[in-house]
Design a protein around this ligand. Structure first.
Ligand code: C2E
Ligand code: MG
Ligand code: MG
Ligand code: MG
Length: 287
């Protein structure tokens, strides 16, 4: 892998590797303090129903405001939190914050039912008691379980562990909904989907990207929507950025959508305004 660059400027990749390691260790050390320092914040991206584009709820997405680095994206620190075990307290904080916020919006007058979706890592299944933790957070915040959705990637199903299946059954027994995130990027089979008590499949952005363009490649997205329909699962398209993609998803019969076309993830105050406005705009739902 180490290639001799022209002019012999570097023939060795160790300095970069070392820099990468130091960066990672620094982030891990900072991450340990970030929770107590209150550096995390949740943003909320609306999900809409199809074909009418009414707001049905939000996905909670974590942000880290690092004191010197600025906003660190989740891809840069979630893997570190997973490897170090910090994902357990961090995951609890994120779930608590999202549920607390949903209840605050209700208190502020959002009377229509809306869902709060929270991402959980496969490491939260391996370490600690995820169903127990979720039950505690629901009790502490007063959040109705029926309004909570937990998103997890196919890896939770793929590990094929009896423990994960048991945890999912206990989570379902709390009354919440389970979604498979980034669907289509892993290797989960029809058999897994039938065996695990899943309610929703979120079609990965990669399959939504090319929809609605001339000579588009819609076969995969269409197949996933049909798979959902035949298994009685709701389908949500991720990463909708353009009208053409939305139009194609409507024709396919996809149930919900999410993406920059509708809204970017928003700070809580803005998301709350959007929710209260959407209630005013659709009296049929609020009544
Ligand atoms: P995800 O759960 O699949 O979330 C969707 C990601 O796509 C988000 O990135 C969102 O901002 C982005 N996105 C939404 N609409 C569009 C669009 O139209 N176009 C494009 N290009 N991107 C769009 P984000 O917020 O950076 O999160 C990345 C990932 O980090 C998430 O993927 C999720 O796996 C993880 N993550 C975020 N928050 C949490 C959390 O609280 N806990 C855990 N365990 N993981 C989290
Ligand atoms: Mg997600
Ligand atoms: Mg996703
Ligand atoms: Mg993702």
């Amino acid at each position: 892998r180490a290639k001799a660059a022209g002019g012999g400027r570097y023939t060795d990749f160790h300095p970069q590797m070392l820099a990468g390691l130091v960066n990672r260790l620094e982030l891990e050390a900072d991450l340990r303090l970030a929770l107590e320092r209150g550096e995390f914040e949740m943003h909320y991206q609306p999900t809409v129903s199809l074909p009418d584009s009414a707001v049905t709820g939000f996905e909670a997405l974590i942000r880290w405001r690092h004191p010197t680095r600025g906003v660190v994206p989740p891809q840069d620190f979630i893997p570190i939190a997973e490897a170090s075990g910090l994902i357990v307290p961090l995951g609890r904080w994120a779930l608590t914050e999202a549920c607390r916020q949903a209840m605050a919006w209700r208190a502020q007058g959002a009377e229509q039912p809306f869902t709060m979706a929270v991402n959980v890592s496969v490491r939260q299944f391996d370490r600690g008691d995820l169903p127990g933790m979720v039950g505690e957070v629901l009790a502490e915040t007063g959040m109705p379980a029926s309004r909570l959705c937990l998103e997890m990637t196919e890896s939770v199903l793929m590990s094929d562990s009896a423990e994960n299946l048991a945890a999912l059954v206990r989570l379902k027994a709390l009354g919440l909904r389970l979604a498979i995130d980034d669907f289509g990027t892993g290797y989960s089979s029809l058999a897994y989907l039938r065996r695990f008590p899943v309610d929703i499949i979120k079609i990965d952005r990669a399959f939504v990207e090319r929809l609605g363009t001339p000579g588009d490649d819609s076969a995969l997205a269409h197949t996933i929507v049909q798979l959902g329909q035949s298994l009685g699962l709701s389908t949500v398209a991720e990463g909708v950025e353009e009208y053409g993609q939305l139009a194609a998803l409507r024709v396919m019969g996809c149930n919900q959508a999410q993406g920059f076309y509708f809204s970017r993830p928003l700070p809580a105050a803005q998301a709350g305004r959007l929710l209260l406005e959407s209630a005013a705009a659709s009296p049929a739902v609020t009544g």
